[in-house]
Design a binder for this molecule. Structure first.
Ligand SMILES: O=C(O)[C@H](O)COP(=O)(O)O
Length: 315
């Protein structure tokens, strides 16, 4: 069988980014996300410019935020350090993503943010096949003016029938540097369990030539604050499909965890987590069980109303 080769995505942020307050037309590009990564297969320098998503602020709104780690990947199955390498979901990972979709099928989703990696993108798409809204996710490109124009949805009707999907490398899994592609068990035997646990779960100690959780957090949480939180503030309901460590860093922010507390935070593949955002605060609502769940009415009044509307819509 041909040896499968998996490409690693750029990650790691150096430099500044665009002036988020400037309107699109006159934006001064003072800040570029230049990406350089030292994955053990190749080195690339790419320049990414992310256009801010401008929206109005309304503090009386209540929004739902769904976080979901991708389903099991091929390298999860083989117990290999994956990091920013791009690998597919396994059959089990596909099933996990579909099951996750059933569990969130009654929770509103207006926008989807995911990483630049296929395993997270596929998890989002597969989950949405189960959603009762029956809207079509459409990948929106905003990496430059031309791409933004090419993917703009003009028809109002189509806009109503679709859900914009924004991919961002900042939501990629942490870069595991020289560990990428190595077996976790063998690595622990070689370097010692404690050392590998330190690389995997400490906050500020990076693996060799990789990112610490703190470094991953600097890009993932900054992106969340700059591009996702404003959407929630405007009342949009958001799904974020990403990775174990980029999500751990975001949950650390949402739950205000200390660098000590986050070391024990573990996320299973393909299990959705629900937060309610209201008046500038995030309330964790655990993991939804499914649309038949009586407790859904316990989440919030507006979710209960939404659930009733779905019931009325369904044949
Ligand atoms: O990158 C990986 O190997 C996994 O997605 C996360 O690995 P970890 O649980 O060892 O951080």
């Amino acid at each position: 069988m041909m040896a499968a080769t998996f490409k690693c995505q750029p990650t790691g942020l150096h430099g500044s980014g665009i002036d988020a307050s400037a309107p699109r037309s006159s934006r001064n590009f003072g800040r570029f996300y230049s990406m350089r990564f030292a994955c053990n297969t190749r080195c690339n320098t790419l320049r990414h410019v992310h256009a801010p998503l401008s929206i109005s602020h309304d503090s009386s709104t209540e929004s739902s935020l769904i976080l979901i780690r991708h389903g099991e990947s091929l390298w999860n199955e083989k117990n290999l350090f994956t990091g920013c390498c791009d690998v597919p979901l396994t059959q089990r990972g596909v099933e996990e993503a579909i099951e996750a979709g059933k569990r969130i099928s009654f929770i509103p989703v207006d926008m989807i943010f995911t990483s630049a990696l296929i395993r997270a993108q596929m998890t989002a798409m597969l989950a949405m096949t189960q959603h009762l809204q029956k809207k079509i996710p459409i990948i929106i490109h905003n990496e430059n003016e031309e791409a933004t124009t090419w993917t703009r949805v003009y028809s109002e009707k189509t806009t109503k029938q679709s859900i914009p999907v924004i991919t961002a490398w900042e939501l990629n899994e942490r870069m595991y540097g020289e560990l990428q592609g190595l077996n976790k068990q063998e690595t622990a035997e070689r370097y010692g369990k404690e050392k590998v646990h330190e690389w995997r779960r400490s906050f500020d100690i990076p693996p060799p030539k990789g990112e610490s959780l703190e470094m991953c957090s600097k890009r993932a949480v900054s992106y969340f604050k700059d591009f996702i939180e404003p959407q929630l503030k405007s009342g949009k309901h958001v799904m974020v499909a990403a990775h174990g460590n980029s999500l751990r860093s975001i949950i650390m922010y949402l739950d205000r965890l200390t660098s000590q507390e986050v070391t024990t935070l573990e996320l299973s593949t393909g299990v959705p987590l629900l937060y309610i955002y209201t008046e500038g605060k995030y309330m964790s609502r655990g993991s939804p069980v499914g649309s038949t769940e009586a407790g859904v009415y316990a989440y919030t009044q507006s979710l209960a109303v939404y659930r009733q509307q779905l019931d009325e819509m369904s044949p």
